[in-house]
Design a protein around this ligand. Structure first.
Ligand code: KIV
Ligand code: ZN
Length: 506
């Protein structure tokens, strides 16, 4: 079976999802998990776009060993220099440079002629070759470009040393029929295309990103660009888990293999959702919470008799072991540490101690602690935004006949603040009380709550998205008490904001 290279762009195109911006340490955390997932290439950022992106690319390049680390650069000398510099210490490195080739982009966005675009493309590739052995070139908006011009540009950049040619359906305009035909016609019209790796990069504006990527692979592409949970610009990118599981499930039709360890898919999906603050829709293919749930009695009966009746892949194949009871209130620190190791966490003694303390608190409130809970506790320790504001205490009085009131105590650098407020509900009251303590004016854009595991005593995880003058920030918090989880999520957003401002200033 031929191999399809999996190129993950969660940290670059995925991070372009509204509100999904990640701190450097969070990007590192996701990159480590992508290495465990065994993707072949990780696009780590766009170094010229901000100092934070530069730093994230540099740190990931320094630390990760196995995957190819790539960074995006416009076809501009200053961008390419920055990308080359950020990638300097990577074991395996690649610069991904791009310029638009469609008439609409060249005329209105770039205000450049075809000749100017062609020479910028070749100059960019030549320059990138001076920094790295692997150079990927993308003709942006390829799917809406004139075919003859597209072929001319591709041929020219291959002659100058491009090793990967990526064909983006930038605005998600294609259907599988025309996208497949485009990839096939490149094979027919560009000489020596077989010498380089042909790649596809599909956006999901018409909900066809996965189908288009598969059509591209069938037509000859051997690299597929995608993001975890399909996050990305506008409607997002082709979703990694969908593409990989489609290839794994339909080998009869698609005789290709990938290097991905599919049993890390669920874990990666959760981590990306948690750190970006972008929830996964319940009916999302492969990783949505309903993806393996059977509601109709006939279906449940069928699955109990033989899971293949209604399941085309198993939950275990994506690493979902639902409902596995692991530890209880009386479990000791040794058993806890061993379990965390088996779940893949490398916690130092402080982190392990803190996680164990949280586990005991949780086990006191919850009768049963599941793997999902432990993963949550482990992830909480692996990277924490420094907590400037810490919730010490929260008390709520609420009901359908009284004015909901929340009293809380918050600590900031050793100083204790106590406040109370009324609101439309207990959460609104808590947020008003927090606003009084911090003196910040935040606009709550989005609030979501989901349970980490099943059961009435489950950990509730709250994600919030708030708007401030400088942009958007997400926050999350968890507790068996959802009011407490809500307050923690709001404070987490505030702490992230402070952290972001401090980083900007440093
Ligand atoms: O969608 C797109 O065209 C891109 C390019 C930078 C590859 O993301
Ligand atoms: Zn894109």
């Amino acid at each position: 079976m031929e191999k399809v290279i999996v190129f993950d762009t969660t940290l670059r195109d995925g991070e372009q999802s509204p509100g999904a911006s990640l701190a450097v340490e969070e990007k590192l955390e996701i990159a480590r998990q992508l290495e465990k997932l065994k993707v072949d290439v990780i696009e780590t950022g766009f170094p010229a776009s901000s100092p934070g992106d530069f730093e994230a690319v540099r740190r990931i390049a320094q630390e990760l060993e196995a995957p190819v680390i790539t960074a995006l650069a416009r076809a501009l000398p200053s961008d390419i220099e920055k990308a080359g510099e950020a990638l300097r210490e990577a074991n395996h490195k690649r610069i991904h440079t791009f310029i638009a080739t469609s008439s609409i982009h060249m005329k209105h966005k770039l205000r450049m002629s075809r000749r100017q675009v062609l020479s910028s493309a070749v100059e960019a590739v030549e320059m990138a070759k001076q920094f790295v052995p692997e150079v990927e070139f993308s003709p942006e908006d390829a799917s809406r470009s004139d075919l003859a011009f597209l072929c001319e540009v591709i041929q020219a950049v291959i002659e100058r040393g491009a090793t990967v040619i990526n064909i983006p359906d930038t605005v998600g305009y294609c259907t599988p029929y025309d996208f497949g035909a485009l990839i096939r016609s490149l094979g027919e019209n560009v000489p020596h295309l077989e010498k380089i790796t042909l790649s596809v990069h599909c956006h999901n504006d018409l909900g066809m990103a996965t189908a288009n990527s598969i059509a591209g692979i069938k037509a000859g592409a051997r690299q597929v660009e995608c993001t975890v949970n399909g996050i990305g610009e506008r409607a997002g990118n082709a979703s990694l888990e969908e593409v990989v599981m489609a290839l794994a499930t339909r080998r009869d039709l698609l005789p290709f293999r990938t290097n991905v360890n599919t049993t890390e898919i669920y874990r990666t999906s959760r981590l990306v959702s948690r750190l970006t603050g972008v929830p996964v829709q319940p009916n999302k293919a492969v990783v949505g919470e309903n993806a393996f749930r059977h509601e109709a009695g006939i279906h449940q009966d069928g699955v109990l008799k033989e899971s293949a009746t209604y399941e085309i892949m198993t939950p275990a194949s994506i690493g979902l072991k639902e409902g596995e009871l692991v530890l209880g209130k009386h479990s000791g620190s040794h058993a806890f540490g061993e379990r965390m190791k088996r779940l893949g966490f490398r916690l130092d003694s402080h982190q392990l101690e803190a996680a164990f303390r949280r586990f005991k608190e949780l086990a006191d409130k919850k009768r049963e602690v599941f793997d999902e809970d432990l993963i949550f506790l482990g992830e909480e320790q692996t990277f924490r935004i420094p907590e400037v504001y810490v919730l010490e205490y929260i008390h709520t009085v609420t009901g359908n006949q009284i004015l909901p009131t929340t009293t809380l105590r918050i600590k900031k650098k050793g100083k204790v603040f106590q406040e109370a407020a009324c609101g439309d509900g207990p959460i609104d009251a808590a947020y008003r009380a927090i606003d009084r303590v911090t003196g910040m004016k935040l606009n709550l854009l989005d609030y979501s709550l989901h349970s980490v595991t099943g059961g009435k005593d489950a950990l509730g995880e709250v994600m919030v998205k708030v708007q401030v003058k400088g942009g958007m920030v997400t926050g999350r918090g968890a507790s068996t008490d959802i009011i407490e989880a809500s307050a923690k999520a709001y404070l987490n957003a505030i702490n992230r904001l402070i952290y972001r401002e401090e980083k900007k200033g440093s």
